[in-house]
Design a protein around this ligand. Structure first.
Ligand SMILES: O=C(O)CCC(=O)C(=O)O
Ligand SMILES: [Fe+2]
Length: 276
């Protein structure tokens, strides 16, 4: 089994996208500002503590999935808008008119959690089989704790982005995305992967922030997850990423062919299709 490739934080989107085209996944080492992660931790911990564990095997009975990060943690905004990640999405998903934020979720895998079934994230679209090498998603998992094989580092099958769809693959075919706090695993919607088994006594925490083509539905409903009063205070670039933009010529308008950003920022209202 080939190992996951690592790139230094000084890398660029072209290099990240090149490894993604080959392997479907890559780790960028020590990419997050650790002081930012400390702030994120402080903001999100009360919500993580209040999150119930998962209701099924896929979500994980010993795993907490805490969403709505934009509304709950101002520090998350910088992660969502990380320039290297956005530039990578622009390359990987550049064949469509635009991409958008798909979900924001802290995944806290608790002790004794077995491995999550190996899957493709793009199965979320009702298991539709997309054309081979037509990428619909570009994903990140930022390590909020160190990721080790023992504590449930994400399991990845490098190169499986080129496999047939709907395969039932085993954890034994995968490698652990071991990485330090602040590193980020970038992976496509097509690569087979899953959360690892946590055989340690501590919780493994990762921040899953994913992006998809704007003509597909978002997993996390950003319009309802972030109250309008909060949205009004957000940077325009983040609002557009959340979906307050048209996904293509006719997708997502409001009222009389108005740009949906008009709902939160009437000062930016415009008619007709604009992409910035
Ligand atoms: O938590 C992880 O390491 C991966 C989780 C995952 O792949 C998922 O929930 O889709
Ligand atoms: Fe996944």
């Amino acid at each position: 089994m080939p190992a996951l490739q690592h790139l230094p934080s000084t890398t660029n989107a072209a290099e990240v996208a090149a490894v993604l085209a080959e392997d479907g996944a890559v780790i960028v080492d020590d990419h997050a500002d650790l002081a930012l992660l400390d702030r994120f931790d402080a903001e999100i911990t009360p919500f993580v503590d209040a999150t119930p564990t998962g209701p099924d095997d896929f979500s994980g009975h010993n795993t907490r999935r805490t969403g709505a990060l934009i509304a709950r943690s101002p520090a998350s905004h910088q992660l969502v808008m990380d320039p290297l990640v956005l530039a990578t999405c622009g390359t990987v998903l550049g064949h469509a008119t635009s991409f958008q934020l798909h979900l924001t979720q802290v995944i806290s895998i608790g002790p004794n959690e077995p491995a999550q079934p190996i899957h493709r994230d793009q199965w979320a679209y009702d298991f539709f089989t997309f054309p081979k090498d037509y990428e619909v998603q570009c994903n990140t998992i930022w390590a909020l704790t160190d990721f080790t094989e023992e504590n449930g580092a994400t399991r990845v099958i490098p190169g499986s982005n080129h496999y047939e769809d709907k395969l039932r693959l085993s954890v034994d075919d995968s490698v652990p995305a071991e990485m330090s706090r602040g590193s980020v695993l970038v992976y496509t919607g097509a690569v087979y992967h899953g959360g690892g088994a946590n055989r340690s006594s501590s919780v493994r925490k990762g921040i899953n922030i994913t992006y998809n083509l704007s003509w597909l539905r978002q997993e996390e409903n950003q319009y309802l997850s972030v109250p309008l009063d909060t949205a009004r205070e957000l940077p325009v670039e983040l609002l557009r990423l959340m979906g307050y933009q048209r996904g293509a010529y006719a997708l997502g308008y409001v009222g009389d062919l108005e740009d949906p950003i008009a709902v939160v920022r009437p000062d930016l209202a415009s008619r007709g299709f604009v992409d910035s």
